[in-house]
Design a protein around this ligand. Structure first.
Ligand SMILES: Cc1cc2nc3c(=O)[nH]c(=O)nc-3n(C[C@H](O)[C@H](O)[C@H](O)COP(=O)(O)OP(=O)(O)OC[C@H]3O[C@@H](n4cnc5c(N)ncnc54)[C@H](O)[C@@H]3O)c2cc1C
Length: 810
């Protein structure tokens, strides 16, 4: 390797950077140079508690943790460096009924991931960790393959593995600048060793990742927080093979320490963000923050109430180490808006457990241009411009940290940093007593309390699904099917692609044929090189060389970055995010045409304005782009008006709808309507791992054109072991799935739920899942585990509602 050039420069010699270097070399990318401004492990890594827990709330993150655990088991053998891996298992206690339900739910997920998670009685849990006081504990989950290790040992082993395969590591080499030209990274400048040219630069800077990101013009919204744990003198009964233990109701965790003491840490309610604005000091290596006993006291008391011996044990030290947290509690991974500049940071006190998976994902992303697993939830591109505000990121990260161990009911929204982005008719929505949720910073209506109707109380889903629920959802759903409902969808992400090469560009990246006459609307996916679904959207041709792309609220940043990445340098093309420039209202239902006709002279007949077409029309005094599309399975239009017309357009539509019984409605009704109609959601029902044929979207794949992912798509179709998305109906119409529930056939787990909900018109609890071909045919009988209870389930033909599509083409 030349001194001043490497194919990949990794900045950061913590557990993340070394794992990335290790995995790159495993993939054959050996021209790797890792730089650290001080010694290896001298950031957050050396002071980690070293617990490795695998079960997480998402499939991909759990897979990453499982992969890591497997790696740690074998790493010492491979590299000759001891990582002190102790596969002692982990206990997670429940001290409340709700927590017990959470454990049941997690045990269900665990099964779908192939994790041997067991639910134990309190006595059995006590047998495994006899130091805890069983009074008040209702039970526990036990995962025998969890454990703990030495974080510095792990880092050194990964570094050794990387070096053995050709990577170079230079410590005491500070990066002072990152060079970017024409939107692409070109190298780094170091203190002492000058400029180093690189094709790819990885920011694995831990809590320093924002400072490093800014050198390349990339905001990485990590927020450092002091995280504390206590180390005790030896305690009788503590041996190195005790399992680790977490008591989320008391906010604490423990693990045995080699010398016979306990390590005890936790997530306090009043966490301590540190060095938020400018990042940690330049010389903060091998250092800790001052111990903060007042902040730790509540945790120490709670921990002693669980493990009384702790209260009597001598304290060796209280360690306060800073660590990078993120505004949504997820890792930050992937290629940034600057081509070739990758980020791997923000591990929220799980970087040791995550390191193996992090290294694998980033190395694949670099070497193979896409990771094997769907890591969208961790993708650096998920953050919108509002995360550039350090105050916003800090407030969000604070809430995430302070509520880390809380039970988070589905549908429960975060509260910090709200309201931020307001739709044009916000005041009107408020006046209608809207219950707002939040997505990508936007306030969005979940339902209108003004639509509540006690008669629908009987349809409240059982258990957790009934927590953030309202009878108004049923009112709104039924109104849409029977008359019409008006939805504010202004938060939809809207992109405009224009220029002489706009058409050929979109034809290349969309799997459907978007070459329609101006006014044509096309439902399509964009696929990755593996044929997986990277985006799900509609493309409207506004003019010969101008297109409007409409995408789900949460995915706009991802799609924008994806689209920009596919662009070739010589293409005459502009891509703009115009999300905030337009209000959007959906009016759908059997009377939608009549309502709209009362406000416009435009011909709305089926012949003049067919399904999947668009026109610029006047609606009342506002002018709008009207799209005849639907995500609820009813006749209707989406109306896009310049944002400044949005409030008055809403008023006019509400006023005109009054005589027809139109009801304002929210996103929870959309969700139950779309499930009934068999419409899928990107991110759950389709992800970068599944292809359109598997998802039943073959109708949206163009037959006679080439496009990105086509070759892989064809090859995938040949594979015998392919699963297919199936629509399932549960026998109990009030047993609502929330996602990830295991599905059993003949007593064996065969799949997990991707999404679902209750269809209030058909009065069925509906779920989607990818099933092996043997079980995917309508009529197949299965079982779904909902909070520990098996519910009879049948595969049915999709969609359940309006299977011939008559209503949408009415
Ligand atoms: C108290 C505490 C307990 C924890 N317990 C656990 C646990 O039990 N389990 C678990 O999984 N995780 C735990 N964690 C989290 C875990 O330690 C971190 O997520 C992980 O160590 C982060 O690793 P990293 O490589 O991203 O960052 P770091 O280890 O901080 O590495 C970043 C490196 O970047 C280098 N760098 C920065 N700027 C530059 C520059 N300009 N030029 C060159 N180099 C630069 C730094 O010197 C540093 O070495 C804990 C964290 C803390 C603080």
């Amino acid at each position: 390797m030349a001194d001043d050039r490497a194919r990949v420069v990794v900045i950061g010699g913590g557990v993340a950077g070394t794992s990335i270097a290790y995995h790159l070399t495993r993939l054959g990318v050996t021209d790797v140079l890792l730089l650290d401004r001080a010694e290896l492990t001298s950031g957050s890594t050396f002071h980690s508690a070293g617990l490795v827990g695998q079960l997480r709330s998402s499939v991909s993150l759990t897979r990453m943790m499982m992969y890591g655990t497997d790696l740690y088991r074998n790493l010492a053998g491979e590299t000759g460096v001891d990582v002190s891996w102790h596969e002692v298992g982990s206990l997670r206690l429940a001290s409340s009924e709700e927590r017990m339900q959470e454990l049941q739910r997690q045990a269900g997920w665990g099964r779908t991931f192939g994790l041997p998670l067991e639910i134990l009685s309190t006595d059995d849990a006590h047998d495994r960790f006899p130091l805890f006081e069983p009074a008040g504990v209702l039970g526990a989950a036990f995962l025998p393959t969890d454990g703990y290790l030495d974080p510095s040992g792990l880092t050194l082993a990964l570094a050794e593995g990387a070096k053995q395969r050709g990577a170079e590591i230079r410590t005491n080499t500070r990066v002072t600048a990152i060079e970017v030209a024409g939107g692409r990274v070109e190298g780094v400048v170091t203190e002492g060793q000058g400029r180093i040219e690189a094709d790819v630069v990885v920011n694995a800077g831990g809590m320093f990742a924002n400072q490093l990101g800014r050198m390349a013009g990339v905001e990485v919204p990590v927020v450092p927080f002091g995280h504390q744990y206590l180390l005790t003198e030896p305690i009788e009964g503590v041996a190195a093979d005790l399992p680790t233990i977490r008591d989320p109701d008391r906010l604490v965790y423990f693990r045995p320490e080699a010398g016979g003491g306990l390590v005890m840490g936790g997530y306090e309610r009043n966490p301590d963000p540190w060095a938020v604005e400018n990042g940690p000091p330049e010389d903060f290596n091998g250092k800790l923050l001052p111990e903060d006993w007042p902040r730790f006291e509540a945790l120490a008391d709670a921990a002693s109430s669980l493990v009384p011996a702790l209260g009597e044990a001598g304290v060796v030290r209280l360690l306060n180490g800073p660590e990078a947290f993120t505004p949504d509690g997820e890792f930050i991974l992937g290629e940034s808006d600057v081509a070739g500049f990758f980020v791997a940071a923000g591990f929220c006190a799980h970087g040791i457990a995550g390191a193996g998976g992090i290294g694998k994902v980033i190395a694949e992303w670099i070497a193979e241009s896409e990771p094997e697993w769907d890591v969208w939830k961790m993708d650096v591109r998920r953050f919108g411009a509002h995360y550039r505000s350090r105050n916003y990121s800090r407030d969000r990260a604070y809430e995430v940290y302070a509520t880390y161990y809380d039970i988070h009911y589905p549908g429960e929204g975060r509260q910090a940093g709200r309201p931020l982005k307001l739709p044009p008719a916000y005041a009107q929505l408020q006046a209608l007593d809207a219950e707002f949720g939040e997505k990508s910073g936007w306030e969005r209506v979940n339902w209108f309390r003004s639509n509540e109707d006690p008669e629908h109380e009987l349809r409240r889903p059982r258990g957790w699904a009934g927590e953030h629920w309202s009878t108004a959802i049923v009112t709104e759903h039924l109104a849409c099917r029977e008359r019409a409902a008006l939805f504010d969808e202004s938060s939809f992400a809207k992109l405009e692609v224009s220029g002489g090469d706009a058409l050929s560009f979109l034809q290349r990246i969309c799997s459907n044929d978007v070459d329609r006459k101006p006014g044509g609307v096309v439902y399509t996916q964009m696929l990755n090189r593996r044929g997986g679904i990277e985006s799900d959207l509609t493309v409207t041709r506004l003019a010969k060389d101008r297109f409007r792309l409409v995408i789900g609220t949460a995915f706009g940043n991802h799609d924008l970055a994806w689209i920009r990445k596919q662009r070739r340098p010589d293409e005459r093309l502009e891509v703009h995010d115009v999300t905030g420039a337009y209000a959007c209202y959906g009016i759908w239902g059997p009377v939608a045409r009549d309502v709209l006709a009362s406000l416009t002279d435009a011909d709305l007949s089926n012949a003049a304005f067919p399904y999947l077409s668009s026109r610029q029309i006047d609606v009342g005094i506002a002018t709008c782009l009207a799209l005849r599309v639907t995500y609820v399975g009813e006749l209707g239009w989406e109306l896009y008006a310049p944002a400044e017309f949005g409030a008055s357009l809403w008023d006019e539509l509400m006023e005109a709808g009054r005589d027809y019984g139109v009801v304002p409605a929210g996103y929870r009704a959309i969700d139950s309507l779309r499930v009934e109609k068999g419409y899928l959601a990107w991110g759950s029902d389709m992800t970068p791992e599944e292809d359109p044929f598997q998802a039943g979207l073959g109708f949206a794949v163009a037959k006679d054109k080439d496009f990105l992912g086509r070759e892989a798509l064809e090859a995938r179709r040949e594979r015998e072991e392919r699963t297919r998305l199936a629509c399932l109906v549960l026998e109990d119409p009030r047993a609502m799935v929330l996602g990830n529930e295991p599905i059993f056939a003949d007593g064996q787990v065969v799949s997990r739920v991707t999404s679902g909900g209750i269809g209030y018109t058909v009065d069925r609890s509906i779920a989607f899942a990818y099933l092996p071909a043997d079980f995917a045919e309508p009529g197949a009988r299965l079982e779904t585990e909902v909070f520990g209870e098996r519910v009879g389930t049948q595969v049915v033909r999709r969609p359940i509602w309006d299977p011939t599509g008559e209503r949408i083409r009415a």
